[in-house]
Design a protein around this ligand. Structure first.
Ligand SMILES: [Zn+2]
Length: 574
């Protein structure tokens, strides 16, 4: 048994005191993870570790590793961790609460990650402590091994909560502070989401589940999945209007579904982990994209959004992917593999050279689901694939080999899907939406422009941000009029057509120009004033929509209805 203790005695300093005790006689290495599972980027958490001491002689042998020499009896090591970054992957401690992502601060004993662990958390008087691990007393938790131990964030403070049962297991939702989240409504909606996901997977592989929500004041948000819990961050006043509330439900639905997809149903490389370096897989699209596909679909199946709303969400995702030139440059497999250095390090060239394994992955999941439904006449679906992999691997506590995912899809479809994977997952062929949407009696059409708006918009192909009152170019689309005219990321835009513009106004001024017209741009590059002439391009406005085929046959209608969880007959808009 490895004993850990985290003491929060001076929370206003953002420091916590950590102790590790274990019966060890020989020399051992104590290692702090360099990354936290679910967030695929090396973050070197050891930068926040200070004041390491040990009852034995020790030396640091690399950035994450403290070597403790042999000695008699029990080893005791102590250190401090500085926690002042409130994100779902980092820890935050102040005089109001402590959000502990324990992979940031608990070292493992190299070679002994499989041993049972005990964690004691000592929080200031009056603070509550929540964690999804098995409890062994107030503030004391147990885990069968290190992986489980650090896959359970700890929240301490004066939080509020509600609880409910689903699948015979207790679920707890905690939050702290003011916001414009309609909690009464969430209390009705969350159990429905949980039930829809349990109904699909037909397995409840946990004893309890904990949702931890932090409200942010910088507008940022996100979620991180854990074995039996999730950390969610959402903008404090960002839950309205309705669409924003639905985005939040989508986030909750997404993170909860990860308890199956990625936490348990996973490729072999995603657990047990190597915490010291990158863990590569070509299947993040299947972990994140498939989860992103299901998150909104579960809202539909739970009856929380209408079919028309669901189709609108899909169409908006298609618009974003089709607006990303990088979809022709990077495959989903490559996007997955390079997540560590590309997706998690976005920059000026990102849209030109990469594609999101979340967004394109969710669309490929849609196409795959519809293809399996078509080939099996609606008898099977992507749900069946996940349940198959569940019973073959996840239910036994093991990951699947990388190649098994495609095989499982083919097995369930009753035909080889090799061509599909070659084109759309390992290749960069344009997704043929209509071919697959037809299975459910649907088609993709260009959405007419809003009344009073032109059907095509003038376009130059660059983006800007406002920084300290300046309008800076943040990226230029490959082969766009702006790129041909010589504009760069980093240029400071000053004028368009001889008149001063800024971040808010330049696109409006551009709308007054016709396609083919030449327009002069004035900008600073560094300290030099420069001018260029760009030939105004055009872009269709309005995006796309998904609509029903008027002549859909009975088979198409049946697939629509079982996929959508709603009868075909209902009028659009319901
Ligand atoms: Zn995710």
């Amino acid at each position: 048994m490895i004993h850990y203790r985290i003491v929060i005695s001076d929370p206003h300093t953002h420091l916590v005191d950590v102790t590790l005790e274990a019966d060890i006689e020989g020399a051992v290495d104590l290692v702090l993870p360099a990354w936290t599972p679910g967030s695929y980027k090396i973050r070197d958490f050891a930068q926040h570790i200070h004041g390491f001491h040990s009852t034995r002689r020790f030396e640091k042998i690399d950035k994450n590793t403290w070597r403790v020499h042999a000695g008699a009896g029990r080893l005791r090591a102590t250190w401090q961790a500085y926690c002042h970054e409130l994100t779902v992957r980092t820890s935050h401690v102040d005089d109001e609460h402590a959000a502990l992502v324990t992979s940031n601060m608990l070292m493992y004993i190299d070679g002994r990650k499989d041993e049972p662990c005990r964690l004691e958390v000592r929080a200031p008087r009056g603070w509550k402590i929540a964690c999804a691990l098995d409890a062994a007393g107030p503030g004391i938790f147990k885990a069968p091994n290190y992986d489980v131990l650090v896959d359970a964030p700890v929240e301490c403070g004066d939080f509020q909560e509600f609880t409910f049962n689903a699948g015979g297991k207790p679920h707890r939702f905690i939050w702290r502070g003011d916001s414009n989240l309609d909690l009464k409504r969430l209390r009705r909606e969350l159990p429905k989401i949980v039930q829809a996901e349990i109904d699909m997977m037909r397995a409840v592989p946990y004893e309890r589940y904990l949702f931890i929500l932090h409200f942010t004041d910088d507008g940022k948000g996100g979620g991180l999945e854990h074995l039996n819990s999730t950390s969610l961050a959402f903008s404090r006043w960002g839950f309205r209007p309705e669409e924003k509330h639905e985005r939040f439900l989508g986030l909750v639905s997404h993170e909860f579904f990860h308890l199956w997809n990625v936490k348990r149903l996973r490729p072999q490389v995603l657990g047990p982990f190597d915490y010291e370096k990158e863990n590569y897989t070509t299947l993040l699209w299947a972990m994140e994209g498939v989860t992103a596909y299901y998150d909104d679909l579960f809202l539909r199946r739970a009856g929380l959004i209408a079919p028309s709303k669901y189709l609108k969400i899909l169409a908006e995702t298609i618009d974003r992917v089709q607006d990303t030139p990088g979809r022709a440059r990077q495959s989903l497999s490559d996007s997955s593999f390079d997540a560590w250095i590309k997706f998690y390090n976005p920059g000026e060239h990102t849209p030109n050279a990469t594609v999101s394994y979340y967004e394109k992955g969710s669309l490929v999941a849609l196409l795959l689901d519809l293809e399996i439904r078509r080939r099996t006449k609606g008898r099977r679906s992507l749900d069946t694939v996940l349940r198959l992999l569940w019973s073959e691997y996840a239910a036994k506590g093991i990951g699947f080999p990388e190649g098994r995912y495609e095989e499982a899809c083919s097995d369930v479809a009753g035909a080889s899907l090799h061509g599909f994977f070659e084109k759309y997952i390992r290749g960069t062929e344009e997704l043929n939406y209509n071919r697959y949407l037809a299975a459910a009696g649907l088609r993709l059409v260009a959405k007419p422009a809003k009344e009073g708006e032109p059907s095509v918009k003038s376009w130059l192909g660059f983006r800007t941000e406002k920084k300290e009152g300046r309008t800076l170019v943040t990226g230029v689309i490959a082969e766009s009029p702006a790129q041909r005219a010589g504009l760069h990321a980093g240029d400071e835009l000053l004028a368009l057509g001889g008149h001063k513009v800024d971040h808010e106004s330049w696109e409006k001024r551009l709308e007054e120009r016709r396609a083919g017209e030449r327009v002069e741009l004035a900008y600073f590059r560094g300290s030099r004033l420069r001018r260029c002439r760009a030939s105004v391009g055009s872009k269709k406005s309005g995006g796309c929509a998904i609509e029903r085929l008027p002549a859909a046959n009975a088979a198409q209608r049946a697939i629509y209805s079982s996929w959508m969880g709603a009868p075909w007959e209902k009028k659009a808009g319901k």
